[in-house]
Design a protein around this ligand. Sequence first.
Ligand code: SF4
Length: 284
Amino acid sequence: MFDIEKLVSRSCRLCPRNCKVDRNKREGLCKTKNQIEIASFNLHFGEEPPISGTQGSGTVFFAGCNMACVFCQNYPISQLKSAYKVIDEYALADIFLDLQNRKAHNINLVTPSHFVHLICKAIDIARQKGLNIPICYNTSSYDKVEIIESLKDYVDIYLADLKYADKSLAKRYSGVNDYFEVATKAILKMQETKGHLTLQNNLATKGLIIRHLILPNNIDNSKRVLDWIVNYIENPIISLMRQYFPAYKAFDYPEISKKLITTQWNGILEYAYKLGIDGFIQVA
Ligand code: SF4
């Protein structure tokens, strides 16, 4: 495996932000230092059916984030870091094993990109102690291609957002100029390394689910996202998410300061149907 750690030591370039800060001494744009910070972990039943199954997905929520979405629904964890705990790789490995003992179908790493080097160590430790359920990487997709390549022996399933095709929206709402370029390259690499979603007894064992949250009054962006997916991903499985509600700083942006209206949602569903898209719908 290529040495991910080298991208962190003294000058962090672990993600496309390339902050070049010494995370042993201070935080980067992800608001974290070189230590694992978790907000919570538990069995989660609200993911797509092949991820949550009947027994739940063993979800670990990490603190901080390398994006800065103004509408983030996890903002107390990702942006404000109002409550979190610092743990080491051994403690994280024990959490994975605890979730497995509680019958989780998988380990679901939520917002892992800025801790990926430490998470890999925890996976190694946990596997030596018997961890054998699939690992899901639940990401904004603002990830470097070489990181995704290096995860091929660590991650089984990608739950990958594709938030924007529109560059100006990525800048306006998430503070990054190159989101589409970066995320699409990462998603192509996820597809190359893990392939189509594979199920066993209705549960995901490997592959890719691309998630897209429909933002109010940005329907053209959503259509462009779907266009890209059907043009570049073979037999894609897409999770269309309707559960947008204004949170955090969204009230400062009038167009996204309210919930998605039904006519816009129906318009996207109709568009997806015409494209022949297969997948899931999340409404709550
Ligand atoms: S992981 Fe954090 S510190 Fe490192 S480049 Fe990304 S945002 Fe910056």
